[in-house]
Write a protein that binds this ligand. Structure first.
Ligand code: GLN
Length: 200
C-alpha cells in the first residue's frame, strides 16, 4: 500500500483534542501525518485517527464540518480508522449515556467516562492480544465497551471492560498510546489495519 517510495499519509482528525501528539508519533514512524478539518482532507489517506478529547465537542464539530458523514463514507468504503478515548466513544454504535452524535462504525455499546470522572486518570499494564509484553495504558476519563456485537474482536479488557478492540478496518483504544513512548499501537494500526509495510 505504501507504494513507490512515497510516504504513506495518515489523517488525524484535528477539530479538538490531542491530535498533535498523534501527528508527532506518525511522523517519527516515517508516515506523513495530515490534519483533517474538512471533507476534502480525507482524500488519499491510508488511515484516519479520531483522537482523544471531548467526544460531545468533536461530535458536534464533525456534524458542522460534514466530517461525520465524510468519515463514515471513508470507513464504509474500506478506509482504516483508529479511535482513541473520545475517538472510541465516537466509533461506537450506541452509548449508555445521553444522546450525542456518534460515527457508529463499530457494533458496540460504550460507557463514556466508564472508569469515573476527571479524577479517575490512571495507568494500567494491559495484556493485549498479539503483543508479547504488557502495554502501559494511560487512561484519562476513559470509556469502555460494555457489550460488543459480531465482528468485533476484543484485544484487551480490564475486569470484563473492553478497552481495546478491532474490526476489519477499525481499531479502538480507550487509553492514549500517543502519550507514552511505546509505539506498538501506532505500529499495529499501520501494519495490521492500514496494511502499511514499513521499510525502516
Ligand atoms: N470521556 C471523554 C469523552 O467522552 C473522553 C476523554 C478523553 O478522550 N481523554 O469525550
Amino acid at each position: 500500500m505504501a507504494g513507490n517510495g512515497d510516504r504513506p499519509k495518515v489523517g488525524i482528525l484535528a477539530l479538538q483534542g490531542d491530535f498533535r501528539e498523534h501527528c508527532q508519533v506518525f511522523d517519527e514512524l516515517g508516515v506523513e501525518a495530515v490534519e483533517v478539518r474538512r471533507h476534502e482532507d480525507l482524500e488519499g489517506l491510508a488511515g484516519v485517527v479520531v483522537p482523544g478529547g471531548e467526544s460531545t465537542t468533536i461530535g458536534r464539530m464533525m456534524v458542522e464540518s460534514g466530517l461525520l458523514d465524510g468519515i463514515r463514507s471513508y470507513f464504509y468504503k474500506g478506509g482504516p480508522v483508529w479511535g482513541t478515548c473520545a475517538g472510541m466513544v465516537l466509533a461506537a454504535s450506541a452509548t449508555t449515556g445521553p444522546r450525542q452524535p456518534l460515527l457508529g462504525l463499530m457494533n458496540a455499546l460504550v460507557e463514556r467516562n466508564g472508569f469515573g470522572r476527571q479524577v479517575h486518570s490512571f495507568e494500567a499494564d494491559l495484556d493485549v492480544e498479539g503483543f508479547d509484553a504488557p502495554f502501559t495504558g494511560v487512561f484519562i476519563r476513559a470509556p469502555f465497551f460494555e457489550d460488543v456485537g459480531p465482528g468485533v474482536e476484543v484485544l484487551s479488557e480490564i475486569d470484563g471492560r473492553v478497552v481495546a478492540a478491532r474490526g476489519e478496518n477499525i481499531l479502538v483504544t480507550a487509553f492514549h498510546p500517543e502519550l507514552t513512548d511505546d509505539r506498538r499501537f501506532h505500529e499495529y494500526f499501520l501494519r495490521e489495519v492500514c496494511g502499511i509495510e514499513r521499510s525502516q
